[in-house]
Design a binder for this molecule. Structure first.
Ligand SMILES: *Cc1c(COP(=O)(O)O)cnc(C)c1O
Length: 752
C-alpha cells in the first residue's frame, strides 16, 4: 500500500476523511500510517551491532523528519495540498517527545539519524520519560515548571511486548520495552531507539513537577533528571540509571543469543557506547550478568572492556557523577562486589588516588570506571579533547594515552537544514544539486557563489522571510510585535552561568542606556534568548528574571522600543529551535573559553547562514578555522588564559566592576527603573554575584564583547559583504554534519 491508501484507510476506520478531519486528527492518522510503513522496513544488518546508551534522546517532532527520511515529504505535501490542507499546520499538532534536555540529548538524536542513514547497525537505549524535563511557562517574571506530557493514544511508540525483570534491593520491576523507529535517509533502513518503561506509570503530578520521589514503581520514568537537591531525588536518579542499564544489558545478551553468537565472542558482535556518565553502570552490570551465565570474572572484564567506549561531554566538575556507596547498597547491592573488584584491579594498575574508582570517602567515580574499563575515551571537539588530555583527565591520559581520541560533534542537516529551512535548502539544491544531502562536504561547492550578486540577493531574501516567519510565530505565541527589518541576535541554549547569558544581558543594558542617551543604532536590534533553567539553580532563574524585567522595561519605553526588543522565548525546545535557527543573523556562542565542550547550536545556526559572535571555545575554534577570521566575530580571553587564572586563583571581578566603562552596567541591576519592575532579592543576588564572585568571568570579557558586537552590528550594514559571510558559513558547515562524526566513530572506535 502506498501512503495515500494507508492514510485514507486510517481515516476511514476513524469515520472521517482528508477533507473533513481536524488538523489534530490528520496528524494522528499520518503518524499511524507512517508507523505501519516503517515497521515493514528492516534494521541495518552486520556482524557487529552498536548499542548507544544515553539518558537523553532529544529527538524532536518526528512527523516531518520521518517523511523526509522515508522520501515521502513531497508526496504527502502534495496530497494534503490537493485537499486544501497544509503539512506545516498538521505538523504543529504533534506533541514534541520530551525525552531530553539539551545538547547532549540532541546529539544522541542526531547520531541515531546518521547511524541509520549511513546504513549502520545501531540502536539507541534509553528511558521512556512521560513528563520530560519540564515544560517552561513564563509567568509574572519567572519560570514556572510544569509536566510536559507527550504520549497520547496515538504516538510513535511501538509496544514490543518484550520486558525484562530489573532487580533492586527492595523490589523487582519489569522494564517494558517501547521502541521509536529511526528510518535512515532514503535507504530502506529502519533502526530503533529502545526506551524502557515501568509497567504502571503514575499520572502526572498536579502541583507543578513535585511528586513522591519514593514511589519508585510509579515514578521511575516520570521525569528526566528528577530534582536532586534531596537524597530521595538522588536515589531516584540511581534507580533510573540502573533500570536503564540492566534492562539494556539483558536486551543485548538476548539479541546476541538470538543471533547464535556465544557470550565468549561478545566483543566481536557488540559495541556499547556510553554517552556521558549516566549509563556507566552498564559496565559492572554486564560483567555481573556474564558471570551469572558462567563466564569468570577476569574474562568478563576483558570482554566488557573491549566492548565499551565512553564519551566525555564536560569538564565541569559538578557534572562528573560520583555516587556514595550507600546509594548503590540501597538500590542495587549486587553491583558492589563487581565494582569492588574493578576498583582493586585498577588500584593494582595504578595506586594514584586521582584515578580511583572507589575513593577514600566511599564515593564511586563513574567517569573513572568508564575510563579504566572502556576501550576508547573521546572528547567532543578538538579543544575539549586537548583540555581533557592536558588538564582535566591528565592522570588518565598518562595511564592510557592510546584510549584517548577526539570526535568533534555534528548535527543532522536533514533536520537542521532540509527540515527546518526548506527555502534555504531548495536554494542550495538549485545552485549545486542535491548531492549535499548525503555528502555534506559538497556544500563547499557554494563557495564560488560569493561572487554571484543575484545568488547573494536571494540568500538575503530567504533570511528576511525566515525572520518574518519567526516574528509572526512570536506574535501568535507570545503576543510580541517585532521589527522585521531588524538584526536578529539570538542566544538559545540551556541556561548556565558558563554559557554567560548574564553577559549578554549586560550588553542589553548597555544598548538600552545608549539609546536612552540618544545614540540610536543604524537599525533596530532584536535580542532573543531561549533557555530553561534547572529548577534548583537559583542564579540561572535569577538571570531569567532579569531578562524578563529587561523585556518589560524596553517594551514599555516608547523612546527605546522602536530600536530594541528583548525577547525571552517560552519553553525553548527542538520545535522552537526549528523556528529560531533559520531566522538568526548573529549566533551568540559566548561561553567562557575552556568551559563549553563543543556546542552544537553553533553548528545549526552556522548552517542556516548565521554569523557567529563567540569565544574561542568548543567547536567555535573549528568553525573559526573553517570560515576564516573575516567570517566570524571572536572576542575574549583564550582558554589557556582562563585556565591559568583559575589555577592561580587570580581573577577578581570587583577589579573589573570598579572600572568606569562597565561597572555602571552591573549597577543598573539595582537601578530604580529595574527595582520598580523586578524582585529586589533576585536582582541583588545577581548583582552581588557579579561583583563578589563571577565564577565564569563575565566581567573579564565584557568590554571586548561589547566592542566586538558593535563592530559586528556595524558590519551588518554592508549588506553585500554580510551576505558573503553568510554564504561562507553555510558553505563550510558540511564538516559539522553528524554523518561525518558517525563515520569517524565507526572508523576509529566501533568498526561496524
Ligand atoms: C541544539 C540544541 C541544544 C544545544 O545547544 P548549545 O548551544 O550547543 O548548547 C539545546 N537545546 C535544543 C532544543 C537544541 O536543539
Amino acid at each position: 500500500m502506498n501512503v495515500k491508501e494507508r492514510l485514507t484507510d486510517v481515516l476511514a476506520q476513524r469515520g472521517t476523511t482528508l477533507d473533513t478531519c481536524s488538523n489534530g486528527a490528520l496528524c494522528q492518522a499520518l503518524l499511524v500510517a507512517l508507523r505501519a510503513y516503517q515497521q515493514e522496513l528492516k534494521p541495518a544488518q552486520g556482524q557487529k551491532k552498536l548499542y548507544y546508551f544515553s539518558a537523553e534522546f532529544l529527538v524532536g517532532r518526528l512527523l516531518r523528519a520521518n517523511l523526509i527520511n522515508l522520501g515521502l515529504e513531497e508526496e504527502v505535501e502534495a496530497l494534503l495540498k490537493a485537499h486544501g490542507r497544509s503539512l506545516a499546520q498538521v505538523e504543529d499538532c504533534e506533541p514534541e517527545p520530551s525525552l531530553g534536555n539539551g545538547g547532549l540529548g540532541r546529539l544522541a538524536a542526531c547520531f541515531l539519524d546518521s547511524i541509520a542513514s549511513l546504513g549502520l547497525p545501531g540502536d539507541g537505549v534509553g528511558l521512556n520519560y512521560h513528563y520530560g524535563l519540564f515544560r517552561q511557562d513564563l509567568k509574572s517574571g519567572r519560570q514556572v515548571e510544569l509536566p510536559d506530557p507527550w504520549i497520547e493514544d496515538d504516538s510513535w511508540l511501538v509496544d514490543t511486548g518484550i520486558s525484562f525483570p530489573v532487580t533492586f534491593r527492595d523490589c523487582t520491576l519489569q522494564a517494558k520495552l517501547m521502541d521509536l523507529e529511526i528510518p535512515g535517509y532514503r535507504n530502506g533502513v529502519c533502526n530503533r531507539l529502545h526506551l524502557f518503561d515501568v509497567e504502571a506509570p503514575a499520572p502526572a503530578p498536579r502541583d507543578g513537577i513535585s511528586f513522591d520521589k519514593t514511589d519508585i514503581a510509579g515514578h521511575l520514568t516520570s521525569f528526566l533528571y528528577p530534582d536532586d537537591s534531596d537524597e530521595a531525588g538522588r536515589l531516584l536518579r540511581v534507580y533510573q540509571q540502573y533500570f536503564m542499564v540492566s534492562a539494556g544489558a539483558q536486551l543485548i545478551l538476548r539479541e546476541l543469543e538470538e543471533r547464535g553468537c556465544s557470550l565468549q565472542s561478545l566483543d566481536q558482535h557488540v559495541v556499547i557506547h556510553i554517552n556521558d556518565t549516566h549509563p556507566s553502570m552498564v559496565i559492572p552490570e554486564l560483567i555481573r550478568l556474564l558471570m551469572e551465565r558462567g563466564v569468570d570474572l577476569e574474562r568478563a572484564i576483558y570482554l566488557v572492556e573491549r566492548t565499551c567506549a565512553y564519551t566525555n561531554h564536560t569538564i565541569l566538575a559538578e557534572a562528573l557523577e560520583k555516587w556514595p556507596v550507600h546509594y548503590l547498597e540501597q538500590v542495587a547491592p549486587q553491583l558492589l562486589p563487581v565494582i569492588r573488584a574493578l576498583d582493586e584491579r585498577a588500584k593494582r594498575h595504578c595506586a594514584d588516588p586521582a584515578v580511583a574508582i572507589w575513593d577514600s570517602n566511599n564515593l564511586i567515580h563513574m567517569a573513572h570506571m568508564d575510563i579504566h574499563y572502556s576501550s576508547h575515551v573521546n572528547g567532543v571537539a578538538a579543544l575539549h579533547t586537548e583540555i581533557l588530555k592536558n588538564t582535566e583527565l591528565n592522570s588518565f591520559y598518562r595511564l592510557y594515552p592510546e584510549k584517548f581520541n577526539n570526535k568533534t560533534n555534528g548535527i543532522t542537516l536533514r533536520r537542521w537544514l532540509m527540515g527546518c529551512n526548506r527555502p534555504l535548502s531548495d536554494l542550495i539544491t538549485e545552485a549545486i544539486g542535491p548531492a549535499w544531502k548525503t555528502d555534506a562536504q559538497q556544500l563547499q561547492n557554494l563557495a564560488p557563489l560569493t561572487e554571484d550578486a543575484a545568488f547573494l540577493a536571494r540568500l538575503t531574501e530567504v533570511k528576511a522571510d525566515r525572520k518574518a516567519a519567526l516574528a509572526q510565530w512570536l506574535r501568535e505565541k507570545q503576543g510580541l510585535s517585532l521589527a522585521e527589518d531588524a538584526v536578529y541576535d539570538i542566544q538559545i541554549k540551556r541556561l548556565h552561568q558558563y554559557k554567560r547569558q548574564q553577559m549578554n544581558a549586560l550588553y542589553a543594558i548597555y544598548k538600552y542606556l545608549e539609546i536612552k542617551a540618544g545614540h540610536l543604532p543604524q537599525r533596530p536590534l532584536v535580542m532573543i534568548w531561549g533557555a530553561k533553567a534547572a529548577p534548583a539553580y537559583t542564579l540561572a532563574k535569577d538571570t531569567i528574571h532579569l531578562l524578563l524585567c529587561l523585556q518589560k522595561l524596553v517594551a514599555s519605553d516608547p523612546q527605546v522600543s522602536p530600536w530594541l526588543s528583548i525577547v525571552m522565548v517560552e519553553n525553548y525546545n527542538v520545535s522552537a529551535a526549528e523556528m529560531l535557527v533559520p531566522a538568526c543573523d548573529i549566533s551568540e556562542q559566548i561561553s567562557l573559553a575552556s568551559k563549553e565542550a563543543s556546542g552544537t547550536g553553533n553548528m545549526k545556526l552556522m548552517a542556516n547562514g548565521a554569523v557567529t559572535l563567540g569565544t574561542l571555545d568548543g567547536a567555535n575554534v573549528e568553525i573559526a578555522e573553517l570560515v576564516g577570521r573575516d567570517n566570524i566575530y571572536l572576542f575574549g580571553r583564550s582558554s589557556q588564559e582562563v585556565i591559568d587564572l583559575y589555577q592561580r586563583n587570580a581573577y577578581r571581578s570587583s577589579d573589573y566592576w570598579q572600572r568606569g566603562d562597565i561597572g555602571y552596567l552591573v549597577d543598573f541591576l539595582l537601578s530604580p527603573e529595574l527595582l520598580a519592575l523586578g524582585d529586589p532579592q533576585c536582582l541583588a543576588r545577581l548583582y552581588k554575584d557579579f561583583i563578589a564572585k563571577d565564577y565564569f568571568m563575565a566581567l573579564l570579557d565584557l568590554r571586548d564583547y561589547i566592542d566586538t558586537k558593535e563592530r559586528c552590528l556595524n558590519d551588518y550594514e554592508d549588506r553585500t559583504a554580510w551576505s558573503k559571510k553568510m554564504l561562507v558559513n553555510i558553505a563550510q558547515s558540511g564538516y559539522f554534519s553528524s554523518d561525518r562524526t558517525i563515520a569517524e566513530y565507526n572508523r576509529d572506535i566501533w568498526h561496524l
